[in-house]
Write a protein that binds this ligand. Structure first.
Ligand code: FE2
Length: 173
């Protein structure tokens, strides 16, 4: 895509845009329950299913046992994403080609094909295209002389803030 790789990660790391960009996904996720958990070099976004939508059948020893989890979105610094759905695992590998060009590889591993078309893991190609279009638009937008950065949302941009802290620490900025 015609955008910087870090903007792709920024977009991945927040759920803020889901109601605005992903109408289909927003119908199956409980936006108010969406949450981000931070680890040292990675983080996890947890998508909670709306009532009756597809979710994991979690074992009793899971920390989320009893909750209707629709998706686990793990990000490992700097460029690897592991997306777990009830049907299996989808991996995104983000490779910078140039400052304004990024290639993302997608690998899918299906263990239950009967769940491919339900819940947060359905239509991931469509969701991906929606993301790519806003990431390219953001890349054009930040080049504008009218652009100025704002504050991070403590509620919704925890993951983006975490990514930027890791970047600045590794780049010694
Ligand atoms: Fe998205």
């Amino acid at each position: 895509m015609k955008a910087n790789w870090a903007l792709y990660c920024d977009n991945y790391l927040e759920g803020f845009h889901i109601p605005f960009v992903h109408a289909g996904l927003n119908q199956v996720l409980d936006y108010s329950a969406y949450r981000t958990e931070l680890f040292e070099y990675g983080n996890l976004q947890v998508g909670v299913a709306k009532g009756g939508e597809a979710c994991f059948d979690l074992p009793p020893d899971s920390p989320d046992y009893g909750q209707a989890i629709a998706a686990y979105y793990f990000w490992l610094f700097p460029n690897l994403m592991l997306n777990f759905y009830p049907w299996g695992l989808s991996i995104n590998i983000v490779k910078p080609v140039g400052p304004e060009l990024t290639r993302v590889s997608f690998l899918s591993y299906v263990w239950d094909p009967s769940k491919l078309s339900v819940g947060a893991g359905a239509e991931i190609d469509k969701v991906e295209r929606e993301d790519e279009s806003v990431v390219e638009a953001t890349h054009r937008g930040i080049r504008s002389r009218l652009y100025d950065r704002g504050r991070y949302s403590p509620e919704r941009e925890k993951g983006v803030h975490h990514f930027h802290r890791l970047l600045t620490s590794f780049l010694n900025l």
